[in-house]
Design a protein around this ligand. Structure first.
Ligand SMILES: [Zn+2]
Length: 227
């Protein structure tokens, strides 16, 4: 009996040693963190849509370039553009909650008002696409308080801000060329870029600039991801 146990233990130790040495070799061959450290990632995000012309132009470009992006939509903009919203979902992009009304005085009146706004937008998205959104972007960017961010996170959303963009809301009457320049300037030196742009009706220049913006990030070695 004792001999049997000895054999079992010996075999067990041998297998353990073999697995340990194999694991060490694997670890040496592919250092665990090298990929994460060197990968450059850009998240293209589009706020304030859907719109009929601009959103569909953006979707055409993203399809051609085989890129997935994130669309933070406004609930009140969905009416009459349900097909466009469904197209966003059908083509594999992420739909996030931006706001139902995008009217700051209503949204930020109270915590309850903020949550009502979020839920109303999420409900519209769900009703039209069947998709339950899991990402959120505050309308007006930085006007919210940290406590409001926690409130949204408790509802199960990832709150997405940004660290670069094409400046299409900030630069008055910007041409596509100007938007490309701003995209390059604002993202310089970053390995992870969360890129803000807009697909509301008056942002045709954003759609016109998009192919060149994509070319730029590609040339810099970025991979494109959606949230
Ligand atoms: Zn907005």
């Amino acid at each position: 009996m004792q001999k049997k146990y000895c054999i079992v233990i010996t075999v067990f130790v041998a297998v353990l040693l073999f697995l340990t040495s194999f694991a060490m070799k694997t670890a040496q061959a592919t250092p665990v963190f090298s990929f994460a450290q060197t990968e450059k990632t850009v998240y293209l995000t589009f706020d304030d849509g859907p719109s009929t012309v601009v959103t569909n132009r953006v979707l055409d470009i993203l399809a051609k370039e085989e890129i997935k992006a994130t669309f933070f939509v406004v609930g009140e903009q969905i009416e009459g553009r349900e097909e466009t919203l469904r197209r966003i979902a059908a083509e594999g992009h992420t739909i996030g909650v931006h706001s139902q009304t995008h009217r700051y005085n209503l949204i930020y009146a109270s915590d309850d008002a903020l949550l009502r706004d979020v839920h109303a937008c999420a409900e519209r998205i769900r009703a039209v696409t069947g998709v339950t959104p899991h990402v959120y972007r505050f309308p007006g960017g930085g006007v919210h308080r940290p406590a409001q961010k926690k409130l949204i996170e408790r509802e199960g959303y990832r709150v997405v801000e940004w660290n670069a963009g094409c400046g299409d809301e900030e630069i008055p009457n910007a041409t596509a060329e100007r938007l490309v320049k701003e995209s390059i300037a604002s993202s310089k030196g970053r390995n992870t870029v969360v890129f803000l742009s807009h697909d509301s009706p008056h942002h045709k220049e954003t759609a016109a600039a998009l192919p060149e913006i994509i070319d730029y990030f590609r040339a810099q070695g970025f991979v494109f991801r959606a949230f």
